[in-house]
Design a protein around this ligand. Structure first.
Ligand code: FES
Length: 285
């Protein structure tokens, strides 16, 4: 069993929660960009989540969760002292850190929870990092202090202008590129649509662009095909070939269609759960 050591909301709106989990074997080996697969109980759904941070000495791993599906909403009800049945990892290939002089990490919304450890990994390796963090509005901004402490420059953007600059992350990135900022690489993490348009932004400039993709996964070991993506015309499995891929080669449109395939089932699962649990009253979006 894997106990929850701490739990806290990461923004005013409480839309993203941080959990620190005691998992010494995962903490011993994990690297930025890798993920874990958890199950709440032995009959539970397998949910892949990117490792947001780790403490090898304490034997803990940090994950960040946006409660939107059935399992993540059940996880939201768990508290410090409760335990997860499974916490398997580290899975996937680590982000390639090294050899770059200056990079830009662009995070969109809760994607900043994944962008942050990558940003920190670059920064701690002595690489200059511009972090562009985009959010819809001020109340859902996460990890501002952490990103600021582990980047050369932090640029916060909000769609509605309620905090930072009023623009989208890809517009800020383009402004930086046009101002003469030279990047060896741009790393993008966020909703698929945001990654698609940010990758399109870097393409005319010929900047190496990496996107982190975490689609629906089942076995997370390359056997079921659930996480398949089309990259450069070839089928790839995010769980074993990724999660990082060349953003100029990913077929984002097919990834978006696959991502929407199970929405009806997810909604039905949440509705079934609501019937049986008084604590479970949140509306599915
Ligand atoms: Fe089954 Fe990746 S989750 S192949």
């Amino acid at each position: 069993m894997f106990p929850i050591v701490s739990k806290r909301p990461l923004n005013e709106a409480g839309t993203v929660l941080e959990y620190v989990i005691k998992a010494p074997l995962v903490a011993k080996k994990c690297l930025p960009g890798q993920f874990i697969v958890l199950r709440l109980d032995e009959n539970g759904e397998r949910v892949p989540l990117t490792i947001a941070d780790y403490d090898r000495e304490a034997g803990t791993v940090t994950i960040m969760v946006q409660p939107v599906g059935q399992t993540t909403r059940m996880l939201e009800l768990m508290e410090v002292g409760d335990s997860l049945a499974d916490f398997v990892g580290p899975m996937g290939k680590p982000t390639q850190i090294g050899g770059q002089k200056r990079v830009c990490v662009v995070g969109g919304g809760v994607g900043c929870a994944i962008g942050y450890p990558v940003c920190k990994g670059f920064y701690e390796a002595g690489i200059e990092v511009d972090m562009v963090a985009g959010f819809r509005s001020k109340d859902i901004v996460i990890l501002e202090d952490e990103m600021r402490a582990h980047s050369t420059n932090l640029y916060i953007c909000t769609d509605d202008g309620s905090y930072g600059e009023k623009c989208f992350g890809n517009a800020k990135l383009e402004e930086l590129i046009k101002s003469g900022r030279e990047y060896d690489e741009v790393f993008i993490i966020g909703p698929l649509k945001m990654m698609k348009f940010t990758a399109l932004t870097t393409k005319p400039y010929g900047i190496k662009t990496i996107c982190s993709l975490c689609p629906i996964m089942i076995d997370a070991s390359g056997m079921c095909g659930g996480c398949r993506l089309t990259v450069g015309g070839e089928t790839k499995f995010a769980c074993v070939d990724g999660p990082d891929f060349d953003g100029h080669l990913v077929d984002f449109d097919s990834a978006m269609r696959r991502g929407a395939m199970y929405k009806a089932q997810e909604k039905a699962a949440v509705a079934r759960r609501e019937e049986h649990c008084n604590l479970y009253k949140m509306e599915v979006k």
